[in-house]
Structure formats: C-alpha cells, structure tokens
Design a protein around this ligand. Structure first.
Ligand code: ADP
Length: 732
C-alpha cells in the first residue's frame, strides 16, 4: 500500500478525497435525515452537549497529534545530526583508506598477499612493476619469481619467516630480503600469507665485495707472513754461518786488527738477526698471530735476568743498571714471561742506547689496580721531545732524524712492545724531559700463581736495629738503600769516601758496602779504615773488575747489578765465617754453562755446507763426535746403519728444509722404525731458521723432541747437549 502511495500519489489523492467526501457526506446526510424524522426526539440541548463533547474529543486528538509531531521532529533532528556525523566519519575513513592505499602503492618494498592456495589476492605497484605485469593479470594467479639462489632462512619469535632470495626479474637478477607471515583479516576468514620484500641487491653485493676483499686481504697477509718467514729463513741460514764462523775465528789466534774486524762481522750479524726477529715479530703481530702463554714465572728472576743480560752493554758504556722488585709483590705470576721479557728488554735496551751518563733502573711495583703490576724503566739519557712522545710508538718512527742517524735502529721496537702490552691487557706510558731522561711505564694485569703460596718468599735478612753504611753513588745505590731499609736496616747512603770515613767511628756498623767505582785505591783505603768499625766489609764490583786484586780488608764482594738473593745472603752471613778469600758469587759471568763431561755421538742432517762446517767445529770443540748427512735420505740411512750396528746415535740434529727427504719426513720414518722394532727413542732436535708456530707444531707432530733456532750459538747448543748428556748419564 505504502509503495503504491509513493508510486501513484495522484491516484492515492483522488481515492483519499473520494473516501473523505463520501464519509463526510454520508455522515451529514444521515444526521440531517435522522434529525428531521418525526420520532427522532431531537433535543437541541442534548445536541449541544454531544457536539461540545465531540469537539473536546477532537481537540484532545489534535493535542496528542501535535505532541507526537514535536517528538517525531526532535527524533528527526537527532537522526539528522547522527547522520551528519556518520557522513563525516565515512569521509574520513575514505580519506584514510586512500592515504593508506597510496602509501601502500608508493612503497619501494614489494607487498603481496596470497590465499591459502597461493593465489595472489593483492600485489602492490612495486611488485607488479618488478614482475613486469599489470595487477589485473596477477591477481588470482599463482605467479612467483624464479629463485636463482636461496639464502639462509630464520624464523622470528612472532612466527615471521625472514630469508633472502636472489630472483630472476625482467630487470635482471635482484636480491630480495623477504619477511613472510600469516595474517587473518577477519575472525571467520582463512589466514592469508603476507610477504613483504625489500630489494637489497646493492647491500648484498657490497657485502659480498667486502667479504671478497677481506678474504683477499687475509690471503695476502698470510702470503706476506709466509714470505717473511721464508725470507727470514733464507737470511738466517747464511747469518748462522757468518755469526758462527766469526765466533770460531775469534777463538783462534788473531792480530788485534783481525780480532776487531771479526768482532765487527759478528756484531753486524747479530744486529741483522735482531732486525729479522723484529720484522718477523711485527708481521706476526700484524697478522694477529700473537699467541700469549699463560704459565707461572718467577718475577724477581725474570727482572734479574734482564738486568744481567743488559749489564755488559751498560757497563761497556760506563752506565749503571739496577733493578728493584717491590717485596709486597707475589713471587710467582701467571703470564707470558717471554713476551714480557721482550718488552722490558726493548725498553731497557733503548734506555741504555739513548743514555750517555748515569744509568738505567728497572723498578717493579704494584700498579694502581688490583693484580696490576707496574714496570718502570727509567734512564738519565737524552730524553724525548714532547711532540715526538706519541709518535715514537708508531711503527718505523723515531724521535728525530739526527738521533736516528747517531743511534741507528728501525723504530719498530716500541711499536711491537706497545702491541704486546695491549694484547696482554695492559698499557704503556711515557714521561720524558729532553736532556734529563725518560721513564717508560708498562702496567699489566698479572695474576699471582696459585702455587706461589708454597714458594719461599724473597729472602729477607733481619736487619732490624742494624746500621749499614753504603758508600756509592748513582741509581743502583739508591735502590740498594731502599731495599736495605725495607729489610729494617738503618742505612746511611754516602756518595763521598771522605764523608764515609768520617762517619765510620760514629757507630758500630753491621756492614759497610763500598762501590769500587769510587776508585780502587779509595775503596781499599776505606775498607782498611772500616776494619775497626764494621764486621762486614763488602765491595761492589762490576763483572769486568772482579778479577782485579782486591784488598784483603774486604770480607766479601757483590757483583753489580746486585741480585737481591746475593745481597740478602751476604748480609745474613755471620761475620766470623765470612770467608776472607772472597767466596765466588753467582753472576752473569760465572754462570758459564755446564760442560758436558762425556762426548755424545751426534748425527747432523744439514745440507748447507757452511752450516755443516760450523756444526762440525762447534760440536767437536764441545767434545762430541759427529757424523754429517747432507740430506734426509742419507740421515735416515746413517741412523739405520748405526742402530743396526748396535751403536745408535745419542742425538740427531735435523735441518728441516733439505733436498730429497726433508727433516719432517725423515723424522717420521725414524719414529716409525723405532715403533716398528721397539727400539730405543733417539732424541731428535730440529735445526731450523723457521720460527713460525705452525712450523714448530709440524716438528712436534713429526715426533721431534725440541728445537734449535738458527743462527745457532755455542751457548744454545751447549745447553741443549748438556741436558741430554746429563740425562744419558743418569740413564747409564
Ligand atoms: P729503535 O730504537 O729501533 O729506533 P724503537 O721503536 O725502540 O725503535 O724506538 C723509537 C724511537 O723512540 C727511538 O728511535 C728513539 O728516538 C726514541 N726512544 C725510545 N726510547 C728512548 C729512550 N729511552 N730515550 C730517548 N729516546 C728514546
């Protein structure tokens, strides 16, 4: 009905008018006809009442209608407002959707949505462009790019799969980093696979180029180290001959001039060896091959060895060299003693080199951090200008040209030392004033050895209440005074002999220590004067003056640089038993290596004629018998012959690089034969100029027992052989 009314308003109007008219007419006609009839009983009063009642009813109806109309109007207004808000919201949503869509479209990243069957539901502009197809052609298909290379794949905790792919596109191969995950847009709907891919071709290619470059650099660096090792090996071999032969030459009767030349040849050879060692070290550090050992070592011994090693050099320049290790430091530490020695030898060596007057002190104290140890190398030398102080730690840098010309050197020592110290977790610092001297400080964390608790602490004589007069000047004197005071002694340090003599009657001295550097006559005179006042009268000597005639007024002597243990032993000695004949003191000089008592029979496998000659001279001089084999094959034959004849060799010295059969292979064959026949184990020492760790491993793997590095000197050889001879003696 309503629809008919809306569609045909005129017909509806005509029908409505007709119905109203008929009803009105019908009612009026009925009323008039009714009121005219005889028996109608028309009463105008009742009519008026009825009419007013009807009117009131009509009014009520009208009022109700008007109220409803107002209510409906109000609702209409609310609805209209609501409608407007909805229209606005709708508009905003449309705008947001438009923005999102354009953002989506303008993304450089590829975005694609697929249903569970892998059919594309949506693909953004970038995806379509890379695929080279219109969106309409892609949607609904199972289109995917051809994969040329698949990278690693990983899954994130959110479930997203992340992987790289190299894909073929009409624009050429591209690397895409994909992030793929399932999304469920509507609760009831199946999940869709959403893939977002970023083109990382440039990044991947530069990464690959970088990694290739790094590999090439690594290979080049390895080749460089290898080359250096090879070159140094080749240089060491002739150097071995030069140093060894000049040492042998120096043992023969030479005119003074010839001896000077031979010494020059030897020292040049040694300088060259040191340079090669520095270069090798440097390249090893550069290649990151510096492996540090963690072994226990005794700190005071290390420091004393360093000072004793450098003492001849210092004393030849009339310099003092002295060391002081603080008593409160642990005796045994864990670390790489060899590398630490290298650093300290370099610093102290420089200190001697750049000092003309005064001396060099090596002081070891606790550092500022727990377990840190500070090594101070102090000199009274030329010093270093402030602007050069940072520079000299760089490789091939020296403080200044003139200095470099005067003193020589390569400028590598400090660079190597600094790298070693850093690798040990420490730091190196320098304080210097030109003309006054320099102090290098190396601070390294070094843990005390677990076993050190069981070791005897440094010897400490009880000097409490005892007076000691020290007549000496210079760095060493002040360090000795410091030590004596630590031991409780009342030390009086005087640099002037006359003042000392005047002080002698002042009290009863437990000991008087007189440095012979004050002058032999002065020292002897002072000792004579001290007879009545001091129970112990000790003279301080340099190794070179220890054979001089010393006044019998002295009760003993100590060789500079002083060893703490020797000083302690001397002072602890009861004066009555102090031997007047100056009992020998262990020093650098007296520490000659033990001579082997019985000769060994040694097989030397060496292809280099000069080196073979050198070995022959050295071994014969040391009282051993030797057979020389010129290559590995000959060595093996000789060894087999000797073994089967029942006179096996006591030792084989095996060169590594030899023609026909190299040292490693020959050793393997010897070891295999020994195991096969259950024969005696012949010690085999490698004789090589190769110092790379891997070469050492190769030797040990082949079954060698040790190493002798060329250039070989008599001491090294003697030391190795002495150990063997002693072992053989024990075995017999
Ligand atoms: P080298 O001693 O072979 O030249 P280093 O790296 O050991 O190389 O030393 C670099 C430079 O630092 C030296 O050439 C020298 O100029 C300066 N130098 C090092 N130690 C001292 C020192 N104790 N006193 C003065 N100058 C020093």
């Amino acid at each position: 009905m309503r629809r008919f009314r809306r569609r045909h308003p005129r017909i509806a109007f005509a029908i409505r008018s007709f119905v109203i008219f008929s009803a009105t007419f019908g009612a009026a006609y009925g009323f008039v006809t009714g009121s005219r009839s005889e028996n109608s009983g028309y009463d105008p009063n009742a009519f008026a009442v009825g009419a007013s009642f009807l009117f009131a009813l009509a009014c009520l109806g009208l009022a109700t209608l008007s109220m409803r109309l107002r209510f409906v109007n109000k609702r209409l207004r609310t609805l209209a407002a609501h409608n407007e808000t909805l229209i606005d919201r709708n508009w905003e949503l449309k705008e947001a959707e438009e923005r999102a869509r354009s953002l989506f479209e303008q993304q450089g990243d590829l975005i694609v949505l697929r249903d569970q069957q892998g059919r594309i539901i949506f693909a953004n502009e970038a995806y379509c462009a890379l695929a080279g197809q219109a969106r309409g052609a892609l949607v609904g298909t199972r289109f995917d790019f051809d994969v040329l290379e698949q990278g690693d794949s990983a899954r994130e905790s959110s479930g997203t799969r992340v992987h790289d792919q190299k894909i073929a596109t009409p624009l050429g191969p591209r690397w895409i980093a994909w992030r793929e995950g399932l999304v469920r847009l509507d609760a009831g709907e199946p999940a869709q696979l959403q893939s977002v891919g970023r083109d990382v071709t440039d990044r991947t290619e530069s990464e690959r180029a970088l990694s290739d470059a790094r590999d090439r650099a690594d290979a080049a660096s390895r080749a460089k180290s290898r080359f250096l090792a090879m070159a140094s090996h080749e240089i060491r071999n002739p150097l071995n001959g030069i140093i060894g032969m000049s040492a042998l030459l120096l043992d023969t009767i030479l005119t003074p001039e010839q001896a000077t030349y031979a010494r020059a040849v030897k020292s040049s050879g040694e300088a060259l060896t040191a340079l090669i060692e520095e270069l090798l070290d440097y390249s090893k550090i550069e290649a990151g091959k510096l492996d540090l050992e963690q072994r226990p070592f005794t700190l005071p011994t290390l420091i004393e060895e360093i000072t004793e090693l450098l003492a001849p050099r210092a004393q030849a320049k009339n310099l003092e060299i002295a060391a002081y290790v603080d008593e409160c430091l642990p005796l045994e530490l864990i670390g790489d003693a060899a590398r630490l020695r290298q650093v300290l030898l370099n610093l102290a060596g420089n200190a001697i080199k750049f000092t003309a007057h005064g001396g060099v002190a090596l002081i070891v104290e606790p550092g500022i951090w727990p377990n840190e140890i500070s090594f101070l190398v102090r000199d009274t030398g030329i010093g270093i200008a402030p602007e050069a102080q940072a520079r000299i730690f760089r490789e091939f840098e020296q403080a200044d040209e003139a200095v470099a010309r005067t003193y020589g050197g390569t400028g590598l020592g400090l660079a190597i030392s600094e790298r070693i110290v850093k690798r040990m977790g420490g730091r190196i610092a320098l304080q210097s004033e030109p003309g006054k001297g320099s102090t290098f400080e190396v601070a390294i964390p070094l843990a005390p050895s677990q076993g050190s608790a069981g070791h005897a602490a440094l010897p400490t004589p009880d000097l409490n209440g005892k007076s000691i007069l020290l007549v000496a000047g210079g760095i060493e004197a002040s360090l000795i005074a410091r030590r004596l005071e630590r031991w409780g002694g009342q030390t009086c340090l005087v640099a002037d002999a006359a003042v000392a003599e005047a002080l002698l009657p002042e009290r009863a001295w437990h000991a008087v220590l007189i440095d012979r550097a004050l002058g032999p006559v002065v020292a002897d005179h002072l000792a004579e004067a001290a007879r009545a006042h001091a129970t112990q009268r000790l003279v301080l000597l340099t190794p070179s003056s220890r054979h001089d005639k010393i006044s019998p007024s002295f009760t003993g002597y100590l060789v500079k640089p002083l060893r703490t243990a020797s000083l302690a032993a001397r002072l602890a000695q009861a004066p009555e038993i102090a031997s007047p004949d100056l009992a020998p003191e262990p020093t650098t000089e007296t520490r000659t290596l033990a001579k082997t008592t019985t000769g060994l029979s040694v097989l030397v496998a060496e292809d280099n004629e000069i080196n073979a000659l050198l070995m022959r001279s050295l071994l014969t001089k040391l009282g051993h018998r030797l057979v020389i084999a010129v290559h590995g094959e000959a060595a093996l034959e000789s060894w087999l012959a000797a073994s089967s004849a029942g006179t096996p060799y006591d030792l084989v010295l095996m060169d590594i690089q030899m023609p026909q059969l190299d040292g490693i292979a020959a050793t393997r064959r010897i070891r295999a034969h020994e195991t096969g026949t259950g024969g005696r184990h012949t010690p085999i020492l490698a004789l090589t100029a190769n110092t790379l760790v891997e070469d050492r491993y190769a030797c040990f793997e082949a079954g060698m027992d040790g190493f002798l590095i060329k250039p070989l000197d008599r001491e090294k050889l003697d030391e190795a052989l002495a150990g063997l001879a002693a072992a053989r003696h024990l075995a017999v």
